[in-house]
Design a protein around this ligand. Structure first.
Ligand SMILES: Nc1ncnc2c1ncn2[C@@H]1O[C@H](COP(=O)(O)OP(=O)(O)O)[C@@H](O)[C@H]1O
Ligand SMILES: [Mg+2]
Length: 224
């Protein structure tokens, strides 16, 4: 009896009751330490570990993006995510992490955050050094991670190999109805021209594309 967690990929467990197996949310209010641990395990780096809607500064040109991210948090987990485009430093990654954190605070398990160019680098060298763990992680991203944030999509050199790996990842999640969140410094037209057309097409079916406007926040932060 008790918790019998037969689906580790979503924030639900199946609990045996006198009426049979019932799907219930688990761990609805993880402690702050647990949230931090799960964010780190998801792959969120130190730079963004603090990012949350509660510490977020209000940026007028990110208003729509904030609304979309918060609506995503408040909705049940489906195949839907969102796609933030905009120039560097406007707050795309911050908002994606804030949304992921909020979902983890609700009890989400097995989420992943990857910086696309860095992950593809790791994947590429994993073949050279026969490191199966990165390849296993790629499989996890394709078919099991509850939510995947693809940060800086399109920043990698768009080789046939890179565009194909990303197609495989997105197509797998699209087919399995698993949500994906994307940030990119490139416009959709640029991504199409680089050979990501089929990938972008799937992503646009799975959630809204939002342009985050504004100027680069990083020099201001650096001066403060
Ligand atoms: N709404 C916000 N409130 C406070 N800090 C922010 C906010 N948005 C972004 N930042 C900070 O500004 C810097 C750039 O944001 P980031 O999300 O990395 O931009 P992008 O992903 O668009 O390049 C980061 O240090 C980030 O923590
Ligand atoms: Mg970013």
């Amino acid at each position: 009896m008790g918790l019998s967690k037969i689906d580790p990929n979503v924030d639900f467990a199946y609990i045996m009751t006198p009426e049979g197996m019932v799907k219930r949310k688990v761990d609805e209010s993880p402690t702050p330490d647990k949230v931090a641990e799960r964010l780190e395990k998801a792959g969120v780096t130190k730079r963004y570990e603090h990012a949350s809607f509660s510490v977020m500064k209000e940026l007028p040109e990110a208003k729509t993006a904030v609304k979309v991210a918060q609506e995503w948090v408040e909705s049940p987990l489906t195949d839907r995510g969102f796609f933030f485009v905009g120039t560097p430093g406007v707050g795309k990654t911050f908002l994606a992490v804030a949304a992921l954190r909020a979902k983890i605070e609700q009890g989400l398990l097995n989420a992943r955050f990857i910086n696309v160019p860095l992950f593809l680098d790791e994947l590429r060298s994993s073949f050279k050094f026969s490191d199966d763990s990165v390849q296993a992680e790629f499989q996890f991203l394709c078919s099991r991670a509850s939510v995947v944030v693809l940060d800086d999509f399109g920043k990698e050199r768009a080789t046939d190999w890179a565009t194909e790996r990303l197609y495989v990842l997105v197509e797998s999640r699209y087919s399995a109805m698993l949500p994906t969140i994307v940030t990119s410094n490139r416009t959709l037209d640029e991504l199409n021209d680089l050979g990501y057309g089929a990938t972008v097409s799937r992503l646009t079916e799975m959630g809204p594309v939002v342009k985050v406007g504004g100027s680069d926040l990083r020099p201001k932060i650096g001066r403060a």
